[in-house]
Design a protein around this ligand. Structure first.
Ligand code: CDP
Ligand code: MG
Length: 143
């Protein structure tokens, strides 16, 4: 166990569906605290660096379009084992596969299959750093 910081970003669908408060409560109820929070109008450059390993994938243009639908809310969360705990609370990347009780499982309604068919990115409400290395890189990038 160790105190960590992780980067969470509320994606456009979380804001549009007005579930930011409910999702943030889940983190806070688990003892994770908001250290910093701000609205970010994400540029092409920021996305390219943030989603570097996805550049060139078929869904990348759709991912950029999705993330630029409206300003997102970036949040620096802090707590014991924050990186892995936030990812556990989020659930699988694919909302159709995410377990009930997880954020993407409970609030998400999209699926990889459906998104694939329409040639867009999957809408899954929240981004969170997947590893401590990623968290370090993303916090530097966003804050
Ligand atoms: O967000 P997470 O770390 O769980 O997943 P990722 O594999 O790092 O992918 C980043 C984001 O790209 C996902 O959250 C999706 O919005 C999108 N994506 C997609 O639309 N289709 C894929 N096959 C993979 C990712
Ligand atoms: Mg990821």
């Amino acid at each position: 166990m160790c105190a960590q910081q992780t980067l969470v970003a509320f994606k456009p669908d979380a804001i549009e569906n007005a579930v930011v408060g409910q999702i943030l409560s889940r983190f806070e109820n688990e003892g994770l605290q908001v250290h910093e929070m701000k609205t970010v109008d994400v540029s092409d450059e920021l996305l390219e660096r943030h989603y570097n390993e996805h550049v060139g994938e078929s869904y990348y243009p759709g991912l950029v379009e999705y993330m630029q639908e409206r300003p997102v809310i970036a949040c620096l969360l802090e707590g014991e084992d924050a990186v892995s705990r936030v990812r556990e609370l989020l659930g699988d990347t694919d909302p159709a596969v995410a377990e009930p009780g997880t954020i993407r499982g409970d609030f998400g309604s999209d699926s990889f299959t459906e998104a694939d068919r329409d040639g867009r990115a999957v809408r899954n409400l929240v981004h969170a750093s997947a590893t401590t290395d990623e968290a370090e890189k993303e916090i530097e990038l966003w804050f």
